[in-house]
Design a protein around this ligand. Structure first.
Ligand code: AMP
Length: 398
């Protein structure tokens, strides 16, 4: 398969789907350029190989028409600065003028297209619109993992017009390599740590993981649906009454598949959902009436640490408690520290999902895990075992 390292870009216009969906302030200045920086290796590789990058992205949520505040022209100054080159800008992402602009590009030139989502056809995955985008490149490179789960024109459909000349950029390659290390070729023991508020959001991931992991740790608000399903007392803790049977069947599946399931044995309970609440420790299945479980307790932490430190592969998604509040953040912090310690002893650790990444940042541990996925929804769908349309479009010839 062609890839960004072995492809000869000499004299070619490379149509690259990037993710420049960056925050802007009221002066229309980029306030966080992480996503632009992340795309630089792919852009620089194309230029170094003698190609001309034609960059396309969405920005914000425009209502299918031009809106000044969502114009990608605001990104041009920062991109020019980071690349130390002049970046040309096309005021529309399709049309005759843009095509001719793309054809005047010289080696080393870069063209950024206006926001794809100014056209409703982008999100609809319109084939004609994708064909118009395809006129702007001789080769197609997808480097936007965060939108790879959407069958949009620029992320998926456009690939049809490049049956041979299509590939991933470095960012997607890296995400897939790391996700596959966990999902396809995990070194054993493989321990998955799932937290967060609701079991309903994580059912498909848990089901997929049960085929792969040796230990499954469950924490966060979703714990109480499992505990109630087993007949425990959960007081006012978060529960999804309509998912009790599902929780029972997940427990049964774990047993059938020989997966050790770890639910908390003790927890920190509060009399209100507030950092000022009165708190106490109690067994996780004996939450008194009027109280709610908001973090895992120290006995649970000690048990989980032993499991985590024995792992060779770790996947962590979702906090163990309401870590945004000082009183209920200890469990999440201790688990984050244990993941970092296991990593320092040679385990491969992948952390993904908005809140677990936020937790890592909070405790300054981002550099102490093996890989932090920034894929958001795309990563979650990949973990559910789904084939993402944007990935399939490159891997399969059409
Ligand atoms: P999610 O987006 O599903 O990963 O959930 C993350 C959210 O779950 C965070 O905002 C946490 O505050 C919340 N959370 C974690 N543990 C609990 C709990 N025991 N009760 C209520 N909310 C929780």
């Amino acid at each position: 398969m062609k890839n960004i390292d072995n492809y000869d870009f000499t004299g070619k216009r490379a149509l690259v789907r990037v993710d420049f969906n960056v925050p802007l302030n009221e002066k229309m200045e980029v306030t966080d350029d992480t996503r632009i920086r992340a795309a630089l290796p792919t852009i620089e590789k194309i230029i170094a190989g003698g190609g001309m990058p034609v960059l396309m992205s969405h920005l914000g949520r425009p209502k299918d028409a031009y809106e000044e505040k969502f114009s990608l022209k605001h990104v041009v100054p920062r991109l020019s600065l980071l690349l130390n080159r002049t970046v040309k800008f096309a005021p529309d992402c399709i049309g005759a003028e843009t095509v001719s602009l793309s054809k005047t590009l010289q080696t080393g030139d870069i063209l950024l297209l206006e926001n794809l989502r100014f056209h409703a056809e982008e999100k609809k995955g319109d084939e004609k619109f994708a064909g118009m985008l395809a006129e702007l490149g001789d080769v197609y490179v997808n480097d936007a993992f965060g939108t790879a789960h959407r069958a949009h024109a620029s992320t998926t459909i456009v690939a049809k017009f490049f049956p041979e000349e299509k590939m991933f950029g470095y960012l997607i390659e890296k995400e897939l390599r790391n996700l596959d290390k966990v999902l396809v070729r995990p070194e054993k023991p493989f321990v998955a740590i799932m937290g967060g508020a609701k079991v309903s959001d994580k059912i498909l991931i848990i089901e997929n993981l049960l085929n792969r992991v040796d230990h499954l740790i469950i924490g966060g608000g979703m714990v109480y649906t499992f505990i109630k399903a087993r007949g425990g007392k959960i007081g006012n803790s978060l529960v999804e009454e309509d998912k009790l049977d599902l929780a029972t069947s997940l427990v049964r599946k774990a047993e059938e598949k020989g997966v050790t399931l770890h639910l908390p044995v003790d927890n920190i309970v509060a009399d209100r959902f507030s950092n000022d609440a009165d708190t106490k420790v109690c067994p996780a299945d004996e939450v008194p009436d009027g109280w709610m479980g908001l973090d895992i307790g120290s006995e649970t932490i000690n048990r989980l640490k032993r499991v985590i430190l024995g792992a060779k592969t770790l996947l962590w998604n979702g906090p163990m408690g309401v870590f945004e509040m000082e009183k209920f953040q200890n469990g999440t912090r201790e688990i984050a520290l244990a993941v970092a310690e296991a990593t320092s002893k040679g385990a491969f650790s992948l952390v993904g999902g908005g809140d677990s990444v936020a937790a890592l940042n909070k405790y300054n541990l981002k550099d102490q895990v093996s890989f932090v996925s920034t894929g958001g929804g795309a990563m979650l769908e990949y973990m559910e075992g789904k084939e993402l349309p944007g990935i399939k479009a490159i891997r399969r010839s059409s």
